[in-house]
Each structure stands twice: as C-alpha cells, then as structure tokens.
Design a binder for this molecule. Structure first.
Ligand code: RIB
Ligand code: CA
Length: 321
C-alpha cells in the first residue's frame, strides 16, 4: 500500500476521487488536507467528512487550510458544484467538533518530515502546498510522488480561454510548488481529464445499482451534468479528479513527456500553464505532463475498484458500452 495525503477542494469530482481512493487497496489514505477552491475551505471540510462518513472511514483526519489563495481573492466554482459543493441534493449532516481540524500546512510539514514514503495527490488549488514550501523550502522534496490535477496544454481552459480552475484560482502557489520540487510533478491536465466523461449510460448504471455509494454518485453528479449541458453542451459530466487517483494507482493509464511548467500570474492569460515543449528557456524538467489517456481502462478501474461486488455486471455493462 502507498501512503497518500489527498489535498482537495470537495467539490463533486473531488468526492468521486476520494471514493475511488478509499476503495482502492493500493492506497493508504493517511489524511485529507482541504484547500479553498470549488467551495470555501470550511465547506470543503464538511464535504470531505460526508464522503468519509459514507465510506465508514471517519478514522481519517481532515485538516483545513486557509480560506484564500496566496495573493488573490477566492473565486469559488459553486456555479458548477452547487452552493453546498455537492450538487445541492444531500440532507444536513451533524459533524462532531473534533472531526475537522485546522492546520493543513502544519500537518503536511509534520507528515512529510517524518516519513519518506508519503505521496501527495493534489486535486485543488495548490495553496496548502505552497504555504508549506514558504515555511520549509525543501519540504516537497520529501514527497515520494506528487500528482496534480490541473493546468491545460493543447486544450482550452475552463476558467478562461487558456486557464484551468485549480491553477487559475491561485497561480502564485503553482509557481512556488513547481519551483521547489526535485522530482517532476506528475500532471493530469484538462487535456486528459476532458476524455473522462461520466455519461448518461454510466449514470443510469449507477442509478440501477442498489448501492449507497452508487446512489451518492448518481445524486451529487446531477447538478454537475446540468452545468455541463448549459455550459458546453456536454451530455454527462467531466470527472477530472478521479483520473488523478486512478493514474496514481496505475500510471499506465496515461502517457506524456517531461518538460517545464510555469504558471502565468498576471494579465489576460492569468492561470495559464505554460508548457515549454520546445525547451526554449532550458529550464529544469519540473513536470511530467500526461497528454494521452485510455479512458475505457479508467472506467474499468473505477467501477471495479468502487463496485467490486458488481464485477459480473461491470463486465457486462463495460463490454456492451
Ligand atoms: O478544473 C477542474 C478542477 O478544478 C477539478 O479539480 C475541480 O474539482 C476543480 O477543483
Ligand atoms: Ca478539485
């Protein structure tokens, strides 16, 4: 099992990523750190707790980071994920006082300093990671792997013509992180996540399953599907973050190349991830950017990990599909 800290901003697709991670025997999710992004950080903590509660994993600690990016004001994506961040379909939930703590940056530093075998799967703006670097410059060099869902290379942005949300929310944090790693960050950008569409077919399959996790996914993705139809006439919804988890488990799902990434911090292209594929500036290779993905294999892995009891049906559905 690989020890991972998942830094996230739940968020509908973050919640699916957490479900996949918690249902995958390859991963030992030792803690969740919450960043402000899709929703304000407090709400992200509540939503993370909802998923841990659903999976009977309330043993996993949740730590909140700051509620704003390094330099900019927080702009959330509640238009996409719903005011509550999980599609506005779930009942209120009582959360014990001790379930959600502050100190995401302290936790990251403490854990990375005392373990050589912890990896980070980053599914939101990189604020927490950057603040850890500001406190301990070399801290991320202790991470075994860092996988980040973010950026866009040869595809348009989802926050502007060129910027992807996670990197657009806090561009300064992206540069602090990418300039202070020793091993290349493994990037899962929109170029590959746009291929991961939870289609009506898959959602109907979930709806037909008599399974509380399937019903949770079906329910929370409804708002997200409506947004995708209104915004970009997509039928279904792009589930970005689960691909980062699936890739962590099986890197053969994707492929790409080593290069340098820098994030634009000002002006009309703010948040754009600049990929120096021509090596014009001869900078260090701080990123392995994935540009191709086997989406069918992703869904194989997703359904077989999350619903192992339905394996027989999975095969039927996946073969037909
Ligand atoms: O641009 C997509 C990313 O931004 C995903 O991680 C989504 O959850 C939001 O955080
Ligand atoms: Ca996210």
């Amino acid at each position: 099992m690989k020890k991972v800290i998942i830094d996230c901003d739940p968020g509908i697709d973050d919640s699916l990523a957490l479900i996949l991670a918690l249902k995958s025997p390859e991963l030992d999710v030792i803690g969740l750190t919450i960043c402000a992004g899709n929703v304000p950080v407090e709400l992200g903590g509540v939503n993370a707790y909802r998923v841990l509660n659903l999976l009977n994993r309330k043993d996993i600690p949740i730590y909140l980071g700051d509620n704003k990016p390094m330099k900019r004001e927080l702009v959330t994506a509640q238009d996409t994920h719903g005011e509550d961040g999980l599609g506005e379909v779930l009942p209120e939930i009582d959360i014990p006082e001790s379930a959600i703590q502050l100190g995401a940056v302290d936790y990251l530093i403490k854990t990375l300093k005392s373990n050589e075998d912890v990896s980070i799967i980053a599914l939101g703006p990189m604020t927490n990671l950057a603040k850890a670097v500001e406190r301990e410059k070399d801290i991320l060099k202790s991470a075994e792997r860092i996988v980040s869902m973010g950026g866009a290379f040869r595809t348009n942005g989802n926050c502007s013509q060129v910027a992807e949300f996670n990197y657009w929310v806090d561009p300064e944090s992206v540069n602090i992180v990418f300039q202070n790693v020793v091993k290349p960050i493994e990037l899962i950008p929109l170029d590959v996540t746009r291929k991961i569409v939870l289609t009506p077919n898959y959602r109907e399959y979930l709806k037909q399953m008599k399974n509380d996790i399937a019903q949770f996914i079906y329910l929370v993705t409804g708002f997200y599907v409506d947004f995708h139809w209104m915004q970009e006439r997509t039928l279904g919804c792009v589930i970005n973050d689960p691909l980062a988890v699936a890739y962590f488990i099986n890197p053969d799902l994707c492929n790409g190349f080593l290069t340098n990434l820098e994030c634009v911090e000002n002006g009309v292209a703010i948040g754009q991830s600049l990929i120096d594929i021509g090596d014009f500036y001869k900078r260090d290779k701080n990123v392995f950017i994935n540009t191709i993905v086997d989406e069918k294999e992703f869904f194989n892995l997703f359904f077989n990990r999350v619903f192992p009891e339905n394996l027989k049906d999975n095969e039927t559905v996946l073969k037909e599909y």
